[in-house]
Design a protein around this ligand. Structure first.
Ligand SMILES: Cc1cc2nc3c(=O)[nH]c(=O)nc-3n(C[C@H](O)[C@H](O)[C@H](O)COP(=O)(O)OP(=O)(O)OC[C@H]3O[C@@H](n4cnc5c(N)ncnc54)[C@H](O)[C@@H]3O)c2cc1C
Length: 449
């Protein structure tokens, strides 16, 4: 049901030239993201929808719609590919969803730095960069659908973070262009670190129009699925490859046998009860990989070149990060997941501790990445056999008692320490300056000071 019928009517009437969608089923579909990975968010966000979707084709159209929404006092929620997991892009109070995917131009590329519009899809951006010898430093496993602006405002990093850290690592995002949510929208250029006040803020404190990011030299990546009889050997091998400075890598993840069993298309290669690792490296590092695999008693069960992965549209990268959860959910709807970070140097110990405490309720999946300080750490996306919301909360507490940091993926708000991510005082101050009427994605920020 439309929450602001008269005001939406007025908007549509005043801006008929824009690319609107008001077909209820379509509006509903484009109001949602992958919030359903969480049974808690599924319950909380069911039925939420915008009143209308608009897809600006350029910055002028974006300005017209933002100005119109502010004048009519209509909430506006930004949307990239709509692949977020925490309902970030789901409007809680109706209004207009601004689909940014038509604002997808590369503006310039020089000396390993690219400037592009926020709505460009990451996969497309990588394809455009490759002939010039560059690629994105990090990207989510949803790179085919996810946008640059969506990654900056709602994501973290992922593939490539093993070498370059998360997107927020200093030196990667160099600057952004924002638009304010005001009747006369202002367009401002912000350089880092000020630009980072808008990172991971769910589009609540400005509209991101353009981003300028530093790149990595493009490589030819080869993909390896390695299997092990022993879980600890799988972990040790993944970690050793991840840590080895001479191995040029893009991805290293390990999966318990109970997780690998959900990789249906890879099942011809993984024997039952085998644990798995997915490792993506430059071919020059192949012989070194063989040594690590041999030492750990593993076997290379499947391998392919990046060119084959691209041609077949079947890449091992799409078994990593939250694609692991997606594969599992396809087979078993009662599963959900957590997001964890293990203490540097105590990863194996903590994994064993949680296994003792939670047993088969937790199914291990660890990704190796560099943190912002450059340390090679274990970042977990363990699957959880969901029974109830209270038990899920207990499992989160159990992790915390073991000293494992949990970023709770079962909340849609940005708040203080108990919630998923805190808005820094500087980010909150930016919200007051650039969204004075509180129209941007309302309901997502619970801290007001
Ligand atoms: C299967 C699966 C795997 C995933 N793997 C990863 C992973 O490896 N790493 C990772 O970090 N994430 C991962 N995610 C989460 C998500 O895919 C990424 O964070 C992705 O980068 C989000 O981009 P998007 O364009 O889809 O953003 P959306 O979901 O469209 O938006 C995300 C947030 O950003 C805001 N926003 C979007 N564009 C703008 C803009 N121009 N201005 C202001 N605000 C804006 C939205 O309002 C929303 O709050 C995964 C999700 C799924 C479903």
């Amino acid at each position: 049901m439309t929450q602001h019928p008269a005001r939406i009517e007025a908007l549509l009437k005043s801006l008929p030239q824009l690319d609107w969608c008001v077909t209820p089923a379509e509006v509903k579909r484009r109001s949602l993201d992958y919030y359903w990975f969480s049974p808690v968010l599924r319950r909380q966000l069911e039925g939420k929808s915008a009143d209308a979707i608009v897809r600006p084709r350029n910055a002028d159209e974006l300005r017209e719609i933002v100005s119109g929404c502010v004048r009519e006092n209509v909430p506006l929620t930004m949307r990239g590919g709509g692949t977020g997991n925490y309902g970030q892009a789901i409007p809680l109070e109706g209004g207009v969803v601004i689909d940014m995917t038509a604002c997808d131009q590369v503006l310039w590329l020089k000396q390993g730095v690219v400037r592009a519009q926020a709505g460009i899809k990451l996969g497309l951006l990588n394809e455009l960069l490759a002939p010039q010898g560059w690629e994105l430093r990090c990207m989510p496993s949803t790179y085919r659908m996810a946008t640059l602006g969506g990654l900056f405002c709602g994501g973290f990093g992922g593939i490539g973070s093993i070498t370059y850290g998360p997107l927020s690592a200093p030196g990667t995002v160099l600057g952004i262009k924002i638009m304010t949510a005001e009747a006369e929208p202002r367009v401002l250029e912000l350089r880092s670190p000020e630009a980072m006040q808008h990172a991971h803020t769910y589009g609540t404190n400005a509209i991101i129009v353009e981003l300028e990011i530093a790149l990595a030299p493009a490589q030819e990546w080869h993909e390896y699925l390695i299997t092990f009889r022993d879980a600890e050997a799988a972990f040790d091998c993944g970690q050793a490859v991840a840590q080895a400075p001479g191995i040029i890598k893009k991805e290293a993840a390990v999966f318990a046998a109970s997780v690998a069993t959900y990789f249906k298309k890879l099942s011809p290669y993984i024997a039952s009860n085998e644990h798995a690792a997915i490792i993506v490296i430059n071919l020059a590092s192949r012989e070194a990989l063989d040594v690590f695999v041999g030492t750990a008693g593993g076997r290379i069960a499947f391998e392919q070149t990046g060119a084959v992965a691209k041609a077949t549209q079947h890449t091992l990268l799409e078994y990593c990060w939250n694609h692991t959860t997606l594969h599992a959910l396809r087979s078993n709807k009662s599963l959900t997941y957590l997001q964890t970070t293990y203490e540097y140097g105590r990863e194996r110990e903590q994994l064993a501790e949680i296994e003792r405490a939670a047993g088969s309720e937790i199914l291990n999946h660890v990704e190796f990445i560099r943190d912002e300080r450059g340390r090679l750490i274990g970042s977990g996306l363990p699957l959880v056999r969901f029974t109830s919301e209270s038990r899920l909360q207990e499992l989160i507490e159990l992790h915390r008692q073991c000293g494992i940091h949990v970023k709770d993926p079962h909340t849609y708000t940005l708040g203080n320490g108990t919630h998923r991510g805190a808005m820094s005082p500087a980010s909150l101050a930016a919200k007051r300056r650039f969204d004075p009427d509180g129209l941007l994605n309302p309901g997502k920020v619970i801290a007001t000071t």
